[in-house]
Ligand binder design. Structure first.
Ligand code: GLV
Ligand code: MN
Ligand code: MN
Length: 423
């Protein structure tokens, strides 16, 4: 496949915006968002479309064993790849930019760099891999960042494939019939890059176009099961109750109070709550919650976790329930490699875009990737910081600016500009 890209011209800004419109139609909701949870029919149809786009631009499409989708452009047989991408799955009734923008920018960046290589205007030392990571959102199959976790060895493949949705369907059962489970481990990475909307208000408030991500906020995500005893919600005297929903509610409220104790550095929420039997005249016997703590400071997070631990015991005695909790997903305040931040800074500078360092509060696949290879993460502004909401929006000019900076980053990583840098 080496050099097959020769005759295909690099796509233009108009091509990018047109492709973004096309991709936003997969799972489009009437309010302008998307509903494209991992392995849903919208996700599957979009993956097929994306495979076609990659092939039409001279890239060969491959899948690894967890269903990460790769578009490969080989220039140097045996050499590793610059892996650039994000995810195309979404939360329920979500925005059309989260993840999808990063995948399309990655594809267009790689198409351009491949075309430059083919025409001799720049030289690649590494092969290129565009990636659409499987199930970044973790909404149907928790936890999040699943495809990149398997790729980087953070999560065993068998464990990921066996994870079940609400109805007991496993990842493997949902993905096998789609034809998107391959039989390899995917391309070997030398470097990686990802661009994403900020999902916060820092860039917009400071009128900065490009965020140079220096580190991630830490996260502790818990799966909590509160167990009580089923009872008649009218007839059972109050002292006899072991109300699992009451216990869960105390926890929901405490999560908010905890964040209020550490303003600006701690974000918390219960995003998912399942109640059994969830019936009108029944005191719940069991509730399951997904509780999420994010923190800019690992010491504060440890303190918050200790306070939460103490509160679990208090709630057990107040609501007369038992609480079982497991840390289902966690990561630290971990830096992106400084050399990559500097490379991105100089690309933004050369293109004439304002830029500033920023931390990522949300999780991204690059949080996994940066643990195995030097990784560059870029942000563009999100209007009003709205995200995981159909109203999510980023202006065209910011989309284009980000894609241009990402293209230069891919060009430079591909040329081996960071070789020999160690940090
Ligand atoms: C994923 O998007 C996360 O923030 O956990
Ligand atoms: Mn995302
Ligand atoms: Mn998201």
């Amino acid at each position: 496949m080496t050099g097959t890209r020769t005759m295909i011209p690099a796509p233009s800004v108009a091509d990018f915006l047109r492709d973004f419109e096309t991709m936003s139609a997969f799972g489009a909701t009437p309010a302008g968002g998307v509903e494209r949870q991992a392995a849903s029919s919208a996700d599957i149809e979009q993956r097929r479309w994306f495979a076609g786009l990659l092939e039409a631009n001279g890239f060969r499409v491959e899948y690894d064993r967890i269903g990460n989708q790769f578009g490969l452009f080989d220039v140097a047989p045996g050499e590793p790849y610059v892996v650039v991408g994000s995810h195309m799955d979404s939360q329920p009734t979500a925005g059309r930019f989260d993840g999808a923008y990063g995948v399309l920018s990655a594809a267009h960046a790689a198409f351009r760099v491949a075309a430059e290589h083919a025409s001799g205007t720049s030289t690649l030392r590494y092969n290129l891999a565009v990636v659409n990571w499987f199930n970044e959102e973790g909404s149907r199959f928790a936890p999040s960042m699943m495809g990149s976790s398997v790729y980087t060895g953070v999560m065993p493949l068998e464990k990921a494939l066996a994870i079940q949705d609400h109805t007991g369907v496993t990842v493997e059962e949902a993905m096998r019939p789609t034809g998107f489970l391959g039989d390899g481990d995917g391309p070997t990475a030398a470097y990686s890059a990802e661009i994403h909307i900020e999902q916060g208000r820092i860039l917009e408030n400071s009128q900065i176009t490009i965020g140079l991500v220096t580190a991630s906020w830490a996260a502790s995500k818990y799966r909590v099961v509160v167990r009580g005893e089923q009872a008649h919600s009218g007839a059972t005297v109050m002292e006899d109750r072991h109300d699992a929903l009451y216990g869960a509610s105390l926890l929901v409220v405490f999560a908010r109070e905890l964040a209020d104790r550490f303003p600006g550095v701690l974000h918390t929420a219960v995003g998912q709550l399942d109640v059994y039997p969830n019936s009108p005249v029944v005191v719940a016997s069991e509730t399951t919650l997904l509780l999420d703590l994010r923190c800019a400071d690992e010491i504060v997070l440890a303190e918050a976790n200790a306070l939460l631990d103490a509160r679990f015991s208090e709630i057990e005695s107040i609501a007369r329930v038992t609480i079982e909790r497991a840390l289902s997903h966690n990561w630290g305040v971990n830096p992106y490699q400084t050399a990559g931040v500097e490379l991105a800074r100089s690309s933004a500078e050369a293109a004439g875009y304002s830029h500033a360092e920023i931390m990522t509060v949300a999780g991204h696949d690059s949080i996994n990737m940066k643990e195995v290879v030097p990784t560059v993460m870029l942000f563009v502004p999100s209007v009003e910081g709205i995200s995981h909401n159909e109203g999510e929006y980023t202006r065209d000019e910011d989309l284009i600016a980000g894609a241009a900076v990402l293209t230069d980053v891919v060009r430079r990583l591909g040329a081996g500009e960071l070789d020999g840098e160690n940090g």
